[in-house]
Ligand binder design. Structure first.
Ligand SMILES: Cc1ncc(COP(=O)(O)O)c(C=O)c1O
Length: 414
């Protein structure tokens, strides 16, 4: 081949796939199979030794195909392709974003442990942290984007030894608040000892895998709802975790025994989606610039939460410059009024769909306070600005003038 290091988007059609192993098919077939035939009993034994960690792989030895809960070509090739965007050693694909997130938390936290987490997080994550983990004796302590390292550390004063994870969602859903990953890394490092590693895990769903690469900013693990930009067509549910091999071995092992890997069909759909990932996301982001400009100037809009209009010189702007390469395609805004006005706007949209989820080709609108984030405590919602007047938009690939027309006619009716 060549020594050239291709860009990830140039490799999304071919990386990791050998046509000669599949009758020359240019596209990876769907390996809709539960199990794989071994050439001999010795081969089966060797594959299991490696898969179950009983011995290290020999140089150039590849993990053989065993059983689709452990490995399957559609997932393996997809995982190799996803690694290219984030510069990760390894990736594991899950049947949902929530299964990726919950598996990471269950693997790295034990009864008695504390997890520091950024607030707000996606409503499902908030539920898992505040309603499920406490049942296993694990406590989540939240911090906000305005808190500095020392303030975050003071939240766990006298219980530093219990902290095992710093979990960060940046930008935060639905407010677009940015968290400084350098500070999160520094917090984790000050709480780590020779016996105890505090891992930093970042939910990069809003930006990834194109516009932010948390592993390059000190994170140990990155999680995704692959349902969003990675899938991109609102036709599947999936998740992914990426990171260094030493952490991913643990994530992959728990995935094997929870059995929450994605299936081959989902893997195949995601590979198809990855081919257009950059084109889609680029178009979505450029449409969002126009939509944000329109919202900013509209008299019925009180405040716009968009990463492209952060105030120069502000802390949020400094984080944006350091961590992100685009303002993305998510906008939230406060409509003048409250729930009544927000609902009127949502009910009057004609082109955009009133639905939760984000990152897909079609534009979506929703009301976080009563939908995605309705389970977040009222206290946190008030603290974090998830109010009744907040509307969240996910901008798609339609012509931006049509999206703006739709928003304008719906605002007129309010
Ligand atoms: C930021 C973020 N993380 C995680 C999830 C959960 O992903 P999934 O719905 O694929 O389980 C979502 C879903 O909306 C999300 O917005």
């Amino acid at each position: 081949m060549t020594n050239r290091e291709f860009h990830p988007e140039s490799l999304m059609m071919t990386h990791g796939y050998k046509p000669e192993l599949s009758e020359g098919a240019i596209k990876c077939p769907i390996f809709q199979t539960s199990t794989f035939v071994f050439k001999s009993a010795e081969e089966g034994k060797a594959f299991f030794e490696v898969a179950y960690g009983q011995r290290e792989k020999e140089p150039n030895e590849e993990l053989g195909l065993i059983y689709s809960r452990l490995n399957n070509p559609d997932l393996q090739i997809l995982e190799e392709r996803l690694c290219l965007w984030d510069g990760a050693d390894e990736c594991a694909v899950f049947e949902s974003g929530m299964s990726a997130i919950s598996t990471v938390m269950l693997e790295f936290l034990r009864p008695g442990d504390i997890m520091l987490y950024s607030k707000p997080v996606y409503g499902g994550t908030d539920h898992f942290v505040n309603k499920v983990l406490p049942q296993y004796g694990i406590k989540g302590i939240g911090f906000t984007s305005t808190q500095e390292k020392d303030e975050i550390l003071s939240l766990v004063k006298d219980q530093e030894d219990k902290v095992k994870m710093v979990y960060v969602e940046t930008p935060a859903n639905p407010t677009n608040a940015l968290f400084d990953l350098e500070i999160c890394r520094a917090v984790a490092d000050s709480l780590s000892t020779s016996e105890k590693e505090v891992v930093v895990c970042v939910d990069n769903t809003y930006m990834g895998p194109l516009w932010q690469h948390p592993l390059k900013h000190g994170a140990d693990l990155v999680v995704y709802s692959a349902t969003k930009y990675i899938g991109g067509h609102s036709d599947l549910i999936a998740g992914a975790v990426l990171g260094k091999s030493k952490h991913m071995v643990r994530v992959r092992t728990l995935r094997t025994f929870l059995g929450n890997m994605a299936g081959p069909w989902t893997g195949w759909l995601l590979m198809r989606s990855l081919e257009t990932l950059k084109v889609r996301m680029t178009q979505q982001a450029s449409n969002t610039v126009e939509v944000a400009k329109f919202l900013e100037a509209h008299p019925k809009v009180e405040k716009v939460y968009y990463l492209g209009n952060l105030e120069e010189g502000s802390r949020q702007h400094a984080i944006f410059k350091k961590q992100l390469t685009s303002a993305g395609a998510m906008i939230s805004f406060d409509i003048k009024g409250g729930e009544k006005e927000a609902f009127k706007f949502l009910n009057c949209l004609k082109l955009m769909k009133l639905a939760v989820s984000l990152g897909s080709t079609e534009s979506l609108a929703e009301h976080p306070a009563t939908m995605t984030h309705s389970d977040v405590s009222a206290e946190d919602r008030a603290l974090l600005g998830i109010s009744e007047k907040l509307v969240r938009l996910s901008i798609g690939v339609e012509h931006f003038n049509d999206i703006i027309w739709d928003i304008e006619q719906a605002l007129e009716k309010v």
